[in-house]
Design a protein around this ligand. Structure first.
Ligand SMILES: *Cc1c(COP(=O)(O)O)cnc(C)c1O
Length: 383
């Protein structure tokens, strides 16, 4: 690659070259079989995903958003229920709560890990009770690939008698205290959107859980609330199935996923070594690993500094992204929902400071040097 060619933010092309004909052959088998909906690959994938993350049940579905919704529907979430979500996340986490007529309550995050702050959660639960809402559940998000503080959050959830669903759309493959993302809480929802650590070639998602009864309800919900068969409807459901073609793609990608996770971790280490003296680099909890959905640095000192770095990167053909520029408690569609008393200062400051750099399993040291040089050039220009 010539040094002026723009770098990709996520290099799905390199992954395709590595997979070779395997994915094409797998897709061709599905096309020949005619089993496009709930074909055998779907059930094979569910078993493989459950085994991979250490859960007993896996229910695949059409997207990460549907995975979140399936759990909420199976839990019977309804109007008057409060569901606690971080404000510094992708919108889907709060969206599904509002869809079902329940109330998302925004909780602040920890400045180092970007994940739900247990103390803020505790305060938000008390606030919800005081305002007449009925606390029902909490959805920590494993932001940018690092699992949330499940030990602390599970304790708070248990003390208040609410369920705990992990949004591990960004962390599939990560670990905390020796356990994989997908095995925390009552259930975990994940996404296979193409840009996620494990992605398919379209939309896809899954719920993992050890609760067999919950899994049965979700299997019914994803086929219109079916009972014994498709034309017996015992609950209000949806069309929430994963395409067989996407399951076949994921089975092939899952084979190389452990190696990809190692490459991502190596790339993250190289970034942190090269940038740790000039910006705030990501911090992992002592017992956590990340799947590095994003490698996100923090640039304090006002918006002009971040803009200067973005400009220098753009000039050098280095793409950057801001996840997330507006926290959910300030979004037009969500700002009327309650937040923890005292505001969300960490979510607010992170939105002004974060910058995500190119991250994928095929990022080599030479490409990273270009990124690092561009970031450093931007910082010099800002000073
Ligand atoms: C991507 C994402 C989702 C939604 O997944 P889709 O497959 O795009 O519906 C939910 N939560 C988080 C944190 C995400 O990053």
């Amino acid at each position: 690659m010539a040094s002026k060619d723009p770098l990709p933010f996520i290099d799905l092309g390199a992954q395709r070259r590595r997979l070779g004909p395997a994915v094409h052959d797998a897709v061709a088998r599905v096309l020949d079989s005619g089993a496009y909906i709930l074909g055998p690959e779907v059930f094979e994938l569910e078993q493989a995903l459950a085994r991979f993350c250490g859960a007993t049940e896996c229910v695949s579905c059409g997207s990460g958003t549907e995975a979140l919704a399936l759990v909420l529907m199976a839990k019977g979430v309804r109007q008057g229920d409060a569901v606690f979500v971080p404000s510094f996340t992708f919108v889907a986490t709060a969206e599904v709560v509002a869809w079902l007529g329940a109330t998302p309550v925004f909780v602040d995050v920890d400045a180092e890990t970007f994940n739900m702050d247990p103390a803020s959660l505790e305060a938000a639960v008390h606030h919800a009770k005081a305002t007449g809402l009925s606390p029902a559940g909490v959805i920590p998000v494993d932001l940018f690939g690092q699992p949330a503080d499940y030990e602390a959050i599970a304790g708070i959830a248990a003390a208040h008698g609410v369920w705990l669903m992990a949004d591990c759309a960004q962390s599939f493959g990560a670990t905390r205290a020796g356990r994989r993302a997908g095995s925390f809480g009552d259930a975990s929802a994940t996404s296979f959107f193409p840009a996620k650590p494990l992605g398919c070639y379209g939309d896809g998602g899954a719920v993992t859980t050890d609760d067999a009864e919950l899994a049965e309800i979700m299997r019914s919900l994803r086929v219109h609330g079916q009972g014994e068969d498709k034309y017996t409807n015992i609950r209000i459901g949806m069309n929430g199935r994963m395409d067989t073609v996407q399951a076949a793609v994921l089975l092939e990608k899952l084979r190389i996923f452990p190696e990809e996770l190692e490459s991502r971790a190596a790339a993250a280490r190289r970034y942190s070594e090269a940038l740790g003296d000039v910006v705030t680099v990501p911090v992992l909890a002592p017992d956590a690993t990340s799947s590095w959905a994003q490698y996100t640095i923090r640039l304090d000192g006002g918006p002009a500094r971040r803009e200067a770095v973005q400009r220098a990167c753009a000039e050098a053909g280095v793409p950057t992204a801001i996840y997330y520029p507006i926290p959910l408690h300030r979004q037009q569609a969500y700002r009327h929902y309650p937040s923890v008393p005292g505001g969300l200062p960490v979510s607010d400051s992170l939105s002004a400071e974060v910058l995500s750099l190119p991250m994928h399993a095929y990022l080599d040291a030479a490409a990273q040097e270009r990124v690092v040089d561009a970031v450093r050039a931007g910082l010099r220009a800002a000073n």
